[in-house]
Write a protein that binds this ligand. Structure first.
Ligand code: ADP
Ligand code: MG
Length: 656
């Protein structure tokens, strides 16, 4: 007798549950997606004990008739697709018909539902995959699904659940995500003790960000919007000889992207603040993540991450959502095109914004910067646990990466009370200034001397920087400079680093760099892993004036060092570089190698801090900085300049 037999539906559901239901947040994700698919405009979520005890979603969507309410718990029962063709054109978030049966096989579920045109609704109770009760009930229209005691019949899986606060933060994050994606809908999240999120419908995504996270977060973000006509449809077409007369080629359509990316000064330790929606579906997508990293290349250091909220929309035929049961991954049919489109759009948005950190905010922002994208009410408790959670989506910002400060400001941060409320002065003329699309009212006061005109920020950075006049240095490290725009502080090291970085890349592409010969070759011992990296990058090193050869099995001999890098720094620089490349998890390409080497040489050859500079040297540096393409941040992503605008000064002196 054969050994193979077909598993019962009950066992099959439990197996599917292993993929679909990982934790309370995955239950919530499925329920939320069902509500959205049902066309709901009001979605209320109630949870208890981090979702272990209860996850309930109540919506005002289309509801289900009695038969459907029962069918919904059958495996592969779905109202969303009919045949395999439909898989090429999925309009809904769900389509596999697996979620409800999977959930019902590992929890106790109560479904209450009514369609708008039926007088009464249906109540279905299921536990561990068994139907316990089906009856009619007077119910409001819409659907409520309560999932209690998750994993009550699979104790082994229950053990894997994390602390209640961790699970709760995942739940909260998830509702937040969907609330962000659908500003026009009403979302609520309640725990047993408090209302964690109540978001009434608003007009736009930025209104929703403001509603959930507040002004500060919105200020840290730059809008991105781009659209591109696709040249071809991603789905394969039959060859011409197989097409019948009525054959019509699929219309290529358009790819659109909109959302927000954070300014370079916002730096997160992990990807938890990156949210990508593809056709309304929240996904974790490596391709888009990679495109983002590329977009931020040389704007953010490779070890930190931005805050990103990105909505990508493209014809349904261009994305395959049927990659994984939890539907958190997608496959783009034209993936390199999507990748480059995202990279270029993000890059363009960042370049356009060219944000200059305000130094009052920059310095003062450190202690509470961890706030980031975290809804106020619940963020605090959940935050500590969040950064350590692997997998699952999370929106909570981890503590900010410490800036690699070489010079500590002692004591309290520079306290310039620029944000104090304006009061007591009479308002004379109130010209309105258009800045960043928002109307800003400038209040003027005639009781206290002349008023300095506030200029709209229309001038390009190069011009603004080129007009800077250096006044002197603070602790031989930071150049103080002024122009009509206000007072500026420039970090002399990173400014020079930016100048050199661009110069090295430019010259490297023309001629290559001459190195300076060391008096004696320097012998450096390398580990096998370091050797492997060294072999890969040694050509490029040589082109940058860094000549070294293998010398014995484990050692290399360095003969020349790149111009400007002190011989005493050479070994350190090489080891740092090897280390960086080793940590890189993506394959190395020439571009990446080139940029990293240039950044490293620039860093080691640049003017150091604690170095007195003559007036003409400061002037030279500012002029050179003004000529760079990206003067506001160093190749490692740190800010180069801080500005204290005339407006800030006026405010601090209570003139406005
Ligand atoms: P899928 O979403 O992949 O179709 P599910 O198991 O999640 O599979 O749901 C099965 C079916 O139950 C759905 O196709 C839908 O018709 C119905 N359904 C589930 N939740 C709701 C809801 N909140 N409102 C209306 N119908 C729902
Ligand atoms: Mg579903």
């Amino acid at each position: 007798m054969g050994k193979i037999h077909v598993l019962s539906e009950h066992v099959a559901n439990k197996i599917a549950a292993g993929e679909v239901v990982e934790r309370p947040a995955s239950v919530l994700k499925e329920l939320l997606e069902n509500s959205l698919d049902a066309g709901a405009t009001r979605i209320k979520v109630q949870v208890e004990a981090g979702g272990r005890k209860l996850v309930q979603v109540t919506d005002n969507g289309c509801g289900m008739v009695r038969d459907d309410a029962l069918l919904a718990f059958e495996r592969y029962a779905t109202s969303k697709i009919k045949d395999a063709e439909d898989l090429l054109n999925i309009h809904t978030l769900g389509f596999r018909g697996e979620a409800l049966p999977s959930i019902a096989s590992v929890a106790r579920v109560l479904l209450e539902t009514r369609t708008p045109d039926e007088p009464s609704g249906t109540v279905v109770e299921i536990a561990g995959g068994k139907i316990l009760r089906v009856e009619e009930g007077g119910l409001p229209h819409g659907t409520s699904i309560a999932v209690r005691d998750l994993f009550f019949n699979t104790p082994a899986r229950k053990k894997f659940l994390k602390a209640e606060s961790t699970e709760l933060s995942h739940l909260a994050t998830l509702v937040t995500h969907y609330a962000l994606a659908h500003p026009e809908k009403h979302f609520e999240l309640h725990s047993a003790t408090n209302a964690m999120l109540v978001a009434a419908p608003v007009q736009s995504h930025s209104d929703r960000i403001y509603q959930i996270f507040g002004r500060e977060t919105l200020d840290q973000l730059v809008p991105v919007a781009a659209a591109m006509q696709l040249e071809r449809a991603g789905i394969p077409e039959p060859p011409p000889w197989r097409r019948d007369e009525n054959y019509e080629s699929p219309v290529p359509g358009e790819i659109r992207l909109h959302g927000f990316v954070s300014k370079p000064e916002v730096q997160k330790l992990n990807r938890n603040s990156i949210f990508i929606f593809v056709n309304g579906r929240l996904v974790r997508d490596r391709l888009v993540q990679h495109a983002l990293t590329e977009g931020y290349r040389n704007i953010l250091p490779p070890t930190v991450f931005p805050v990103v909220l990105l909505f990508i929309e493209l014809p349904n035929a261009e994305v395959d959502a049927n990659v994984h049961p939890s539907k958190t991954e997608v496959r783009f049919r034209q993936n390199s095109l999507v990748h480059d489109f995202v990279r270029e759009s993000v890059r363009a948005a960042l370049m356009k914004a060219r944000p200059v950190p305000q130094f009052t905010r920059e310095i003062g922002a450190q202690p509470n910067a961890a706030q980031g994208l975290s809804p106020g009410a619940w963020a605090q408790g959940a935050q500590q646990t969040q950064a350590t959670v692997e997998g699952g989506f999370s929106l909570l910002a981890p503590p900010q990466a410490p800036l690699n400060e070489r010079l500590q400001f002692s004591g309290a941060p520079i306290a310039v009370d620029a944000n104090a409320a304006v009061s007591g002065f009479g308002v004379v003329g109130v010209p309105a200034i258009q800045r960043n699309g928002a109307q800003i009212q400038v209040q003027m006061d005639d009781t206290c001397g002349n008023v300095i005109e506030d200029e709209p920020q229309a001038v390009a950075d190069e011009l603004v920087l080129a007009s800077l006049k250096p006044l002197g240095q603070v602790r031989d490290s930071f150049i103080l400079a002024v122009n009509a725009d206000g007072l500026w502080i420039i970090d002399q090291h990173v400014a020079h680093e930016r100048v050199l970085f661009e110069k090295i890349l430019r010259e490297r592409s023309h001629t290559g760099q001459e190195g300076q010969r060391l008096l004696m070759p320097m012998i450096v011992e390398l580990s096998p892993a370091q050797q492997a990296v060294f072999m890969e990058i040694s050509d490029e090193l040589r082109r940058n004036g860094f000549e070294a050869e293998m010398f014995g099995t484990r050692t290399i001999a360095i003969k020349t060092s790149p111009a400007g890098v002190q011989p005493s720094d050479v070994e350190k620089m090489l080891l740092e570089l090897l280390d960086q490349f080793q940590r890189e998890d993506q394959a190395l390409n020439l571009e990446k190698i080139r940029v990293k080497i240039a950044a490293s040489i620039a860093c080691h050859a640049a003017i150091k801090i604690n170095m007195p500079l003559e007036q003409n040297k400061m002037e030279w540096l500012l002029k050179e900085l003004a000529k760079t393409e990206c003067p506001m941040s160093c190749p490692h992503g740190r800010p180069v300049v801080l500005r204290y605008s005339v407006k800030d000064i006026q405010r601090a002196f209570k003139r406005i």
